[in-house]
Design a binder for this molecule. Structure first.
Ligand SMILES: NC(=O)c1ccc[n+]([C@@H]2O[C@H](COP(=O)([O-])OP(=O)(O)OC[C@H]3O[C@@H](n4cnc5c(N)ncnc54)[C@H](O)[C@@H]3O)[C@@H](O)[C@H]2O)c1
Length: 260
């Protein structure tokens, strides 16, 4: 028996990075997985990789998490293919450079639309679906920037802050309702994924940020691997964490701690 045997999971942003690793690990541990992403080519490949070793366990659905219609379609396909929903990993996200002075309203709104609205929509549709199953687990990918702030990624940090407060509110609501649905947020520091690999080149020339000034060697030392995050996601998705809800789990190797 796997640790999430026969549970049905949706993982957003599953074509790449952390979401890909989450989907592969949940499937190895017995879950049926609906992988969603804007990136159809890579998402389809990950689903095929799962089905090659666990036939019939994975389905890819093209999905823009900022679209309510897309969420309705994903929920309907999940129900039709696997019969219901037990786990939602709200993972897809975007990161764009910008401090408070040089972030435009358009950039701010673009980031909130995906990282905050997209997560709201996922939770909004997941809770009623999970109620029909008698419970479930929602895992929202936030960031240490939701706790510590991040000078050069102001709109991104705010979007993750919104997700963190929403997570607590969902946990409180579900506890009051005694519906056996848990909701937690995960707060990594850097993770070695395409999101950060492309960061240096996407920042304006001459930008001074701690991230920009880090060389590849420093990044390897400080940054987690996608599997480090997937292991925590698996624990939160499984019944092993059945009394954990409303938690903000930092996964940053102590980065936010005072040195003395
Ligand atoms: N990489 C890091 O250092 C880091 C640190 C803290 C938190 N996070 C968070 O972890 C999560 C995963 O990030 P990652 O590093 O694996 O990034 P990634 O860029 O490798 O993967 C993100 C995936 O989300 C998809 N995506 C983007 N916008 C989408 C949309 N509107 N609808 C559907 N899919 C969309 C992309 O196509 C991509 O496949 C994100 O929420 C990110 O904010 C990442």
């Amino acid at each position: 028996m796997g640790r999430v045997q026969n549970k049905v999971a949706i993982v957003t942003g599953a074509a790449s990075g952390v979401g890909k690793e989450d989907a592969l690990l949940l499937a190895r541990e017995g879950a049926k997985v609906v992988l969603t992403d804007l990136n159809e080519a890579d998402g389809t490949k990950v689903a095929a990789q799962i089905n090659a070793s666990h036939a019939g366990s994975a389905l890819f659905v093209k999905h823009d998490i900022a679209s309510e219609d897309d969420w309705k379609a994903v929920m309907a396909q999940t129900e039709a293919t696997f019969g219901g929903l037990d786990i939602l990993v709200n993972n897809a996200g975007i990161l764009m450079y910008g401090n408070i002075e040089d972030t435009s309203l358009a950039t701010w709104q673009k980031i909130q639309r995906v990282n905050a609205d997209g997560y709201f929509l996922g939770c909004h549709y997941a809770v009623p679906a999970m109620k029909k199953r008698g419970g479930g687990s929602i895992i929202n990918m936030a960031s240490i920037s939701a706790i510590g702030g991040q000078g050069s990624f102001c709109a991104y940090a705010a979007s993750k802050g919104a997700v963190t407060a929403m997570t607590r509110s969902i946990a409180a609501h579900c506890r009051m309702e005694l519906n056996n649905i848990r909701c937690n947020s995960v707060h990594p520091d850097g993770i070695m994924t395409p999101m950060v690999a492309n960061l240096h080149s996407s920042m304006p020339k001459g930008t001074k940020t701690a991230v920009r000034m880090m060389d590849q060697k420093q990044m390897m030392a400080r940054f987690a691997q996608p599997m480090d995050i997937a292991n925590l996601v698996l624990f939160l998705a499984s019944d092993e964490s059945k009394f954990i809800s409303g938690a903000e789990l930092r996964i940053d190797n102590g980065y936010l701690m005072w040195a003395d």
